[in-house]
Each structure stands twice: as C-alpha cells, then as structure tokens.
Design a protein around this ligand. Structure first.
Ligand SMILES: C[S@@+](CC[C@H](N)C(=O)[O-])C[C@H]1O[C@@H](n2cnc3c(N)ncnc32)[C@H](O)[C@@H]1O
Length: 366
C-alpha cells in the first residue's frame, strides 16, 4: 500500500491536527515530552549555529503540516529562522501553506526524498531536520543517497535523523526484524492501512553514515519514548503493553485526576535478549518507584528517596510552595511527575534503539 493513503486517512480523522491533550497527534506526550526532548537534545547544536551566524536556515524533510517549524521556533526568535519544509503529500503541503501564510520566513514544497535530496532543494542549510520516524520511510540505500547529497551540498551543518527503534517494547514481537508494517491506528477513525517502516539499531546508523560520506560525523545517538510511544496504548504489536501513554497524557492534562496505578509498568521479558531485558527491567523499576513514591508522598508515607528525580519530587511536594489551588494534585503534582518520568528517560536511555524513536545528530564541517 502507498504511504499516502494512511496519512490521508489520518488527516480526515481530524485527530492529526493541533494539540488536543488526551488524544490525537498533538496529545500531551507529543507536546510536553517528545517535542521537548528533541528540543533539549538539539538546543546545544542550534546555539552553536546561532553564535556563529546569528541566524539559522532549516530544511524540514517530510515536514507534514510544518511540524518542525513549531518545534524549532520555540528555541529562538521567529525572525532569526528561515524555514523550508517539503513533503510528498500535497495535502500536507497545501495545509502548511495555509497555516503559515503570514510567516514570510517559511515556504513549502511538494517533493520526494526517496531518491536523494530533490534538486530544487539542493542548497546549503544549517540544519537538515527530520522528525518522528520520517527516515524510516526510506531503506538504507535511499538514506545513504540522501545523506550523501546533504554532505555534498553543505559547507557546515547539523542533520537531525529520526527513525523507529528496532527494540521498542511496543513491538517486542518484532525484535530482530528489519521492517515493520506500521499502522496509524492510534488515531480514532484512522489506521485501516499499513505501510513499511525501517526498524533501526545504532549499528545500522553507524554503517549508513560511513557509507554516505566521510564528511559526516555522529555527534549523538539517543532513544526517545521508551514506554510512551503511540503503540504502547494499542498493544497491537505486543499484547503485554498497557495504555501508559494515555495515563501520561492524563498527568499533563489540567484538572484531570490520573489513576497512578495505570502508570505502573509490568515488563514482560523476551527470552534471548538479555541486554535489552536488563535495560527494560532496570528502567521500569526506576519508573515504578517514581510513581509509587509520588503515591506515597500523597499519603504522607515515608517512601525511600533514592535517585535525583525522586528527591526533586519529594522536595517539591513537601515544600508546599505552590499558590493556593484546590486541584493541586491534578495541576501541580501530576505534571511534575510527568516531567520527572521524562527526565528519568533522558538520563537512563542508552541510544540502543530500545524506544519508539531512535535519533541521531550528525554534523558536517563543525
Ligand atoms: C512520521 S510523518 C512525520 C511528519 C512530521 N515531520 C511530524 O513531525 O509530525 C512522516 C512524513 O514523511 C512524509 N514522507 C514519506 N515518504 C516521503 C517521501 N518519499 N518524500 C517526502 N516525504 C515523505 C509523509 O508524507 C509524512 O508527512
């Protein structure tokens, strides 16, 4: 099946639009967890460009509605960024043009990245940006071509690459496979069709980068969304998954009380993958302690305070330093637990492909 139909279905579901909090493309996890983790990891590189040039020229590859603009514009003044996005789906490009028609520093094109960088876009950018598994649409040869073209075009830049991780708990049944049939079934009214996406390991990235160009250097590889990826909620590829993303969305949602029990992870190991099992077991033990400690703090019990996120949460809860608010559990403590869990993920992830997203920041001539 072509990649266009599933995305068109997602568009017509209405849930592929802006933020909706508990559900949809811009749910709380995308807004306060995933987009924010990308910002935190790319910020130092963007600051290097800004210090050197005072402004930044971005190419968003597979831009959808221009999502990269929203993500990046938070990092600096809007007028310091020149942003171009392209996508193969003309419905996205049309809508992006409509949304950003007043932003003179943006432009959008319909173009295809499966045969390298399209010739109308072969220019020297400071940041070549992809997000949310976009490069998994290509096979390795196609990505080698794309990265090689970028290296040929650029005197100096950073490239943010975003793939699906090969060892996400969401698709534990597929560990060891190179491709998956991906469904956007987490959006109501969508997900009839599937399309192939490449599942990546850090070793695959290393090999691909070496083959693409000797000018490319790997700055960083990291995992994003270990237990909060979209398919944690669907359990379509791993029947042991519970809807933890929904529970984390609820943490971020003002005025909604979360049942903390729904956040607890019951990790089921898969035989033959000892390194991955021990990573997931260790991470889920820390995750569950953080949740349990917040439950205990609520009841004023003496949880054993161990690691940094726990200590911070305890201080925050016990300090009582927030403004009077009858919903302090929902509006103060719960989002803080969400940020603490996010912090835990960023601190413990090892860039193994053990999450929904496996990202790499590459540089040329820096
Ligand atoms: C996972 S979505 C990401 C969309 C957006 N960047 C975001 O952050 O939400 C992948 C995007 O890549 C686009 N795409 C897939 N294959 C493509 C190709 N060969 N050339 C250009 N765009 C493509 C899809 O239409 C889709 O918008």
């Amino acid at each position: 099946m072509s990649v266009k139909k599933p995305y068109d279905e997602a568009i017509s579901s209405g849930y592929y639009k802006r933020r909706s909090g508990l559900i949809g493309k811009y749910d709380g996890v995308r807004t306060f967890w995933e987009d924010e983790i990308i910002r935190i990891f790319v910020r130092p590189y963007i600051e290097r460009i800004e210090r050197k040039k005072g402004r930044i020229k971005v190419l968003d590859i597979g831009c959808g509605y221009g999502d990269g603009y929203e993500l990046l514009v938070n990092l600096f003044d809007n007028d310091k960024m020149e942003y171009k996005g392209f996508d193969i789906n003309e419905n996205f490009v049309e809508e992006a043009r409509r949304i950003y028609k007043d932003k003179k520093n943006t432009s959008f094109e319909v173009a295809d990245f499966s045969s390298g960088l399209p010739s109308l876009l072969k220019e020297d950018y400071d940041l070549y940006f992809t997000s949310y598994g976009t490069l998994s649409h290509n096979d390795d040869e196609q990505n080698i071509l794309l990265l090689g073209d970028i290296a040929d075009c650029s005197d100096g830049c950073f490239v943010l690459c975003d793939w699906l991780g090969a060892y996400s708990y969401e698709w534990q049944s597929l560990w060891g496979e190179e491709w998956m049939d991906y469904r956007i079934s987490y959006l109501p009214g969508s997900g009839g069709g599937s399309f192939p996406l490449r599942l990546m390991t850090p070793e695959n990235i290393l090999k691909m980068v070496r083959e693409a160009s000797s000018r490319l250097k790997i700055e960083k590889i990291f995992d994003r969304s270990v237990f909060v990826g979209r398919h944690i909620d669907t359990a379509e590829y791993n029947r042991h998954c519970k809807p933890v993303r929904s529970a984390v969305n609820s943490l971020f949602e003002p005025g909604v009380r979360t049942n903390f029990e729904n956040l607890l992870i019951d990790y089921h190991p898969r035989e033959g993958f000892s390194e991955l099992n021990s990573f997931f077991e260790d991470f889920s033990a820390h995750w569950n302690s953080l949740v349990a400690c917040t439950m205990d703090l609520e009841e004023d019990c003496n949880a054993e305070i161990g690691f940094p996120e726990m200590k911070k949460l305890e201080k925050m809860v016990e300090s009582d330093m927030w403004m009077d608010n009858s919903n302090h559990r929902e509006n103060v403590i719960e989002p803080q637990l969400g940020y603490a869990l996010r912090n835990l993920e960023m601190r413990m992830q090892r860039g193994m492909g053990a999450a929904h997203g496996l990202l790499a920041i590459l540089s040329i001539g820096q």
